[in-house]
Each structure stands twice: as C-alpha cells, then as structure tokens.
Design a binder for this molecule. Structure first.
Ligand code: 9YT
Length: 141
C-alpha cells in the first residue's frame, strides 16, 4: 500500500509551479496505479487555456469559485466546491478562478511528474514509465 501526505510532496519535484497554478502531485505514473492524482491550487484572478490532447482528466473542486468555458460551444459552467467535471472528450476549455480554486485532479494515463502546459494547453503524451516491481502479497511477516 502506498501512503503519502500532502506534506510529503511540498517542496519536492512533485510540487510543480506554473504561471497560474501549483500542482501537488500525490500519485504519479511510477506508482503504478494507472492514473495520477493531484491536489492543485489555481490562483485567484487567473484564466487558463487547457486542451489535453493525450490525457483524460477528472477535476473535483473542493474549495473556491470559478467557471469553465467550453471552447467548442461557449457554454459557461459554474465551478464551486462539490462540482466535478470530466474531460471525457479531450474538451478544450478555459478555466477561470474567481477565488483560489483547490482542485483534486485525476489523469489517465498518469502524468510522469514534471509536466506543465505547452502553448496548446496540453501535456505531452506520457512516456511509458514502468511501475517498479512489487512483491506479491504472500509475505506478511
Ligand atoms: C484543473 C487544473 O487544476 N488544471 C491545471 C493543472 C493540472 N490539474 C495539474 O497538472 O495538476
């Protein structure tokens, strides 16, 4: 079992700073879960263009207020604590933070670690980073 705390990640390479957000990456590809799990803060007053061409992402807001504008339709979706959105169609969008937004994000395939958005609002395809070999469950001492 993997047990990790937010405090284990702060100040390490798994805390990734971009212009509009800080992503604390709690689980990554090397953990072998098949997804990555992030606790992300988007800074108040920012708008971020995002278009994940190579990943699916689910985003669960646990603090703050903002909005997602869907690029294809112009639809504006209010975001507040308790709202989840899932980019199941690689949906291009703009995420606006009216206050600091705290978002729990899950990526499939998992991020490998240091990714920040490129000019298109995407992350590169994840490298196939093999999970470390693990002992099987028979060895409880
Ligand atoms: C929704 C959101 O927070 N997007 C920006 C960063 C991304 N979630 C990440 O890499 O953690």
């Amino acid at each position: 079992m993997i047990v990790r705390k937010l405090s284990d990640v702060l100040g390490t390479p798994s805390e990734v700073e971009a212009a509009n957000w800080t992503s604390r990456r709690l689980l990554l590809a090397r953990d072998g879960m098949g997804f990555s799990l992030h606790d992300t803060i988007l800074r108040a007053g920012t708008s971020t263009h995002i278009h994940y061409l190579h990943h699916l992402e689910a985003v669960y807001c646990i603090e703050g207020r903002g909005a997602v504008t869907v690029s294809a339709t112009g639809e504006v979706i209010a975001i507040e604590a308790g709202t989840v959105y899932a980019l199941d169609r690689h949906d291009e969008h703009v995420l606006r933070a009216d206050t600091d937004l705290r978002m729990v994000c899950v990526f499939n395939p998992p991020l490998t670690g240091r990714e920040v958005h490129d000019e298109a609002g995407a992350y590169p395809p994840s490298d196939a980073e093999p999970a470390p070999a693990r002992a099987s469950g028979a060895e409880i001492a």
